[in-house]
Design a binder for this molecule. Structure first.
Ligand code: HEC
Ligand code: HEC
Ligand code: HEC
Ligand code: HEC
Ligand code: HEC
Length: 398
């Protein structure tokens, strides 16, 4: 029996829909991947005249009088946000898109060319203008003092002062809580085809805007009482450390690990409970490259590996055809997470020890190779390790 015209029209319609869908998905797979929504908070450079009494916006100049703060900041990754090899490798790999300089060098005078407008709605195609005031030394300073402290020719500070050689605008509200960090670290970005919350570089994306905001300054600029400038009166302020994944002690102090052994009849179980005790965001946080691993190895007396296990705590993102936050196994603040390892204590050869290492990874080896980043410092380091001897009877704490 011949199909009715209605049926044939239906088949034609669905065939058309299927091929339209295929074309659409094909485009989603092939189009250039724009993973950034260029938010108002960082779409434009910071434009400010040099404050009266100063000759430049350079940290090296501020540092003549604010020596201790200058030393602290110089050790921080902020001071290397432009020169750092990992950033430079990634920037080159991505084809040096303008969008990167929006946060890594935010002052207008750090830019040889500055965006005066954008051609497209996504703001990924800037209309550039040569900047006659470009200062290559200032560029090298990355997230420099003036990015956080200078607006409209005045220095934003905490205390009124008669002795400062430059105008000070007393605005503690701009230097507390989350406010001074928001524009680069907590930038949001919503778009119809992004089912995720990943601002550029993904940093602390788990923090929601609004509600109770974490005190970034309280943790990352530890409290201190000392003169703000050489020879000045004692002031309440913060040490400019900005420590994170590049500073192992900062990560080590944020993680607590408990070990427990239990006998389950003919098997034995060792439980590792990991708790993020030191942050109000996830551990790890930052770019999706950052991750933690728990590596477990069951060893015989001669060192032979009898069994092993690997747990990964990271954020997984699907990039195509749509950007979707798939899952996130990082440690939530103060929520213990248990990992179990079971084995047969009577197996042969006999297990002699269980080796456990928690490791922090700045990025993984595959990505390091892909972007041709020639690291001089290791890209991962242990934050906790233990060798648990298994010769003693099971039970109690290991
Ligand atoms: C020639 C010395 C000198 C230079 C250069 C200088 N400052 Fe200052 N600054 C001072 C002095 C002195 C004070 C007043 C300190 C006080 O009263 O405790 C001050 C005050 C401040 C304050 C307010 C301190 C507070 O406790 O609230 C900030 C912030 C500040 N300066 C930042 C900067 C930055 C950023 C630069 C570079 C762009 C800079 N200063 C350059 C000497 C200097
Ligand atoms: C102008 C943009 C900008 C602002 C504002 C900013 N940051 Fe950053 N921050 C960066 C960039 C860019 C990096 C990464 C630099 C790199 O590694 O290349 C970074 C890195 C960090 C790191 C990582 C350190 C590490 O060891 O990996 C910490 C912690 C940090 N910032 C804390 C803060 C805090 C707290 C504030 C607010 C007081 C703040 N930042 C404000 C841009 C900014
Ligand atoms: C990423 C933003 C950021 C950068 C970069 C930065 N500061 Fe600060 N600065 C702050 C914040 C936030 C505070 C307030 C700290 C607090 O309340 O404890 C502060 C406070 C200060 C104070 C007041 C005194 C004190 O001890 O807190 C001075 C002076 C100062 N900064 C100078 C500098 C100088 C000089 C540089 C560069 C060498 C610099 N800052 C770089 C964010 C920044
Ligand atoms: C309770 C203390 C605490 C608070 C509040 C806090 N942090 Fe952290 N932060 C830490 C510790 C500890 C680490 C190191 C462990 C880690 O990487 O999670 C860290 C790491 C980081 C890193 C390093 C990421 C990397 O890739 O190396 C960044 C960036 C950061 N914090 C930014 C922020 C910002 C922005 C805020 C405010 C929204 C904030 N932090 C609030 C304690 C804190
Ligand atoms: C919205 C601001 C912003 C923009 C735009 C941005 N970044 Fe970042 N970038 C950051 C912050 C903040 C960090 C700190 C990351 C963290 O918390 O782990 C960072 C960190 C990085 C790191 C890690 C460096 C390290 O020390 O481990 C690389 C690499 C990087 N950015 C590359 C890029 C590239 C390439 C682009 C352009 C395609 C770009 N960034 C655009 C804010 C930004």
């Amino acid at each position: 029996m011949a199909p009715s015209p209605v049926l044939r029209r239906g088949t034609l319609l669905s065939a058309t829909l299927v091929s339209l869908l295929a074309v659409f998905l094909g485009w989603r797979f092939l189009r250039p991947l724009n993973i950034f929504v260029v938010d108002d908070t960082f779409a434009w450079s910071i434009r400010t005249p040099v404050p009266e009494g100063l000759t430049s916006l350079r940290a090296s100049e501020c540092g003549q009088c604010h020596q201790e703060i200058y030393r602290e900041w110089s050790q921080s990754i902020h001071a290397r946000a432009w020169t750092e090899e990992y950033f430079q490798a990634d920037y080159a790999f991505e084809g040096r898109p303008y969008v990167c300089i929006n946060c890594h060098i935010q002052l207008r005078n750090q830019r040889e060319f500055d965006a005066v407008s954008y051609r497209d709605a996504d703001r990924l195609e800037p209309v550039l203008q040569r900047n006659p005031d470009f200062d290559p030394e200032l560029q090298k300073e990355g997230v420099t003092c003036a990015v956080c402290h200078v607006r409209e020719g005045r220095v934003i500070g905490l205390h009124p002062s008669d002795t400062a050689p430059h105008p000070v605008a007393v605005k503690p509200e701009l230097l507390s809580g989350m406010d001074p960090c928001r524009m680069c670290h907590v930038a949001s970005g919503q778009r119809w085809d992004m089912f995720y919350r990943l601002p550029p570089c993904g940093t602390v994306a788990e923090i929601r805007q609004g509600g109770k905001e974490p005190d970034c300054v309280g943790c990352h600029l530890p409290r201190v009482t000392r003169p703000s400038a050489e020879g000045g009166p004692l002031r309440e302020g913060g040490r400019h450390l900005f420590q994170g994944g590049h500073h192992p002690p900062q990560v080590i102090k944020a993680l607590e690990v408990a070990v427990e052994r239990a006998s389950l009849g003919d098997r034995e179980r060792v439980t590792f409970t990991l708790t993020n005790v030191g942050t109000d965001h996830r551990l790890p946080t930052g770019t999706p490259d950052r991750h933690l691993t728990l590596e477990l190895r069951l060893l015989a007396a001669d060192g032979t590996v009898l069994d092993q296990d690997l747990h990964v705590m990271r954020r997984s993102v699907m990039w195509r055809p749509f950007i979707v936050d798939l899952w996130d196994t990082r440690l939530l603040p103060r929520q213990p997470r248990a990992f179990h390892f079971e084995f047969d204590p009577n197996r042969s050869p006999a297990p002699a020890a269980l080796e456990a290492v928690v490791r922090y990874h700045l990025l993984d080896e595959a990505r390091r190779r892909r972007i041709a980043y020639q690291n001089t410092a290791p890209i991962h380091y242990p934050v906790w390790q233990r060798r648990i001897p298994l010769t003693a009877a099971a039970g109690g704490n290991g």
